[in-house]
Design a protein around this ligand. Structure first.
Ligand code: SF4
Length: 489
């Protein structure tokens, strides 16, 4: 009997697509608005979407203009027990509603304000719920902190791989060594130093990493997007992500007219920096007014898209492989299980091997031919590479649009109608275990964060004896006198 059970478990575990993943994807697809049920749509076909935490550690020790956190966020104490409990509850609900596997961001204020042990515990909790966690940081921490997160007290790795997204841009104030950067280029050594910590981590401890570089774009640094892209592409980051600024969060930090920076203008500047066209139309997450996404390989300095939307053979291969294998999970799976999954997938669709081989051949051709690929591989000049623009919306449009959606009403106003369409196709969800609901991150930041942070401020007041420090920006920073914090300014 026990043997039969074990065989059943093995059969389920090695199915190319787990039934729970398949069911979650089908639900996701059915819930998507028609306008995004396009052939290039990945939501509901191979991905469930991105997830993020909220209210788990709202405080940050840098001051950015703009900042999407509400004014009370910095008055909430960072509390490891609260973080761990909330992360657990939020991930549990995400697991229930969105299936066994997804990417999730450990995001709040600044993640490195958590103690290393609390940070590691939060990541382990996310993994336990089938989430592939990514820690969102301003990147201003030292290698000691990183090692303490990744290694346990005996120096043994707690993880075989980690993902971090580091936000670097000249709109940020208070970074050690670059308190008030006057240009994006001034931050390049800090970007390189951050990425190098992870190269060293792998060399010394065998822990691999996936690194994203984030940058907020306003009229004041739009002109530097191309040069920043160029600089960061030479560093060991896997993803370059840009966020055009929106009027959301703390309105004391809205210093420019963000409407001048559109998703298309940012993408043009990224292409200028990359020195080539970046085909994004082959793959889409959610609504194209929210997201641009191009993924592929960087071979000897040249980006080769996984799907070139201009090539009908690429599009046909995408459609076929998504239809047959979308939802297959490769990460977090042991080698024997993964190999068995692949064998079973091939057995079910043997002709797909030819489709895949032809697709790889086209990618090799686009990369400059086989000898160039081999030469790049020898010199370790091949790596995964993705470009992203995520276009958050203004609170002034999200709040009324969401209010109507909550009443089941559609707006006649063109902007609010567009907002409702985008919220309906949202690819970035936050979880509310108290109500059993998921909400788009735009709604979280535009509508729910202010009240949530007032409540958190009551629950987790700063420690007794806090001092108030005036910052040059005119903002005030409340700091507990009982715990020394590193000086930023
Ligand atoms: S969070 Fe906002 S901008 Fe991002 S996908 Fe969702 S609705 Fe679109």
């Amino acid at each position: 009997m026990r043997l039969l059970e074990m065989l059943r478990e093995w059969e389920l575990e090695t199915r190319p697509i787990h039934p729970a993943s398949r069911a979650a994807l089908e639900r996701r697809w059915a819930e998507l608005p028609e306008h995004v049920q396009t052939p290039n749509q990945l939501l509901g076909r191979s991905a469930i979407g991105c997830e993020g935490t909220h209210g788990v550690f709202p405080k940050c020790d840098l001051t950015c203009s703009p900042c999407y956190h509400s004014a009370d966020a910095n008055k909430v104490r960072v509390d490891g027990e609260h973080t761990r409990g909330q992360v657990d509850a939020q991930m549990q609900l995400l697991h229930e509603l969105r299936g066994p596997r997804a990417h999730a961001q450990l995001i709040g204020g600044e993640v490195s304000l958590l103690s290393a042990d609390d940070h590691a515990a939060a990541l382990q909790t996310m993994r336990r719920h089938g989430r592939e966690p990514m820690s969102m940081t301003h990147g201003d921490f030292d290698a000691d902190y990183l090692r303490d997160v990744v290694l346990d007290a005996d120096g043994v790795p707690r993880f075989d791989r980690v993902s971090f997204a580091a936000h670097f841009d000249s709109l940020m104030r208070g970074r050690r060594g670059a308190v008030r950067p006057r240009s994006e280029a001034e931050l390049d050594p800090f970007r390189a130093r951050f990425a190098q910590m992870f190269v060293d981590l792998e060399r010394d401890h065998g822990v691999r990493s996936y690194l994203a570089h984030n940058m907020t774009v306003t009229p004041s640094n739009l002109g530097e997007v191309a040069s920043t892209t160029r600089a960061v592409l030479d560093m060991p980051f896997d993803m370059l992500s840009f966020q055009p600024a929106a009027f959301v969060g703390d309105d004391r930090r809205w210093k420019e007219d963000f409407t001048e920076v559109s998703i298309d203008r940012v993408w043009e500047r990224i292409e200028e920096g990359a020195g080539q066209r970046l085909s994004w139309q082959g793959t889409q997450f959610g609504d194209p007014r929210c997201n641009r996404y191009a993924t592929g390989l960087r071979v000897d300095g040249r980006f080769v898209a996984l799907v070139d939307a201009a090539d009908p053979r690429d599009r046909a291969a995408r459609d076929r492989l998504l239809a047959h294998h979308g939802g297959m999970i490769f990460g977090g799976t042991s080698k024997p299980v993964l190999m068995t999954k692949i064998i079973r997938a091939v057995a079910r669709h043997p002709l797909d091997v030819g489709v895949l081989v032809a697709h790889v051949r086209r990618m090799v051709r686009r990369a400059g031919g086989l000898s160039r690929v081999f030469s790049a591989a020898r010199r370790r000049r091949i790596r995964s590479s993705s470009f992203v623009v995520h276009n958050f919306m203004d609170a002034a449009q999200v709040a009324p649009a969401w209010e109507l959606m909550e009443r089941g009403a559609r707006s006649d106003d063109p902007l609010l109608r567009e907002t409702q369409e985008r919220l309906g196709a949202c690819m970035y969800a936050m979880s509310h275990p108290g109500t059993g609901r998921l909400v788009p991150a735009c709604v979280q930041h535009s509508v729910l964060d202010p009240a949530e942070n007032i409540e958190l401020r009551r629950m987790l007041p700063l420690l007794a004896g806090s001092s108030i420090t005036a910052r040059p920006s005119g903002l005030t920073e409340v700091r507990p006198t009982g715990r020394p914090e590193r000086s930023r300014l």
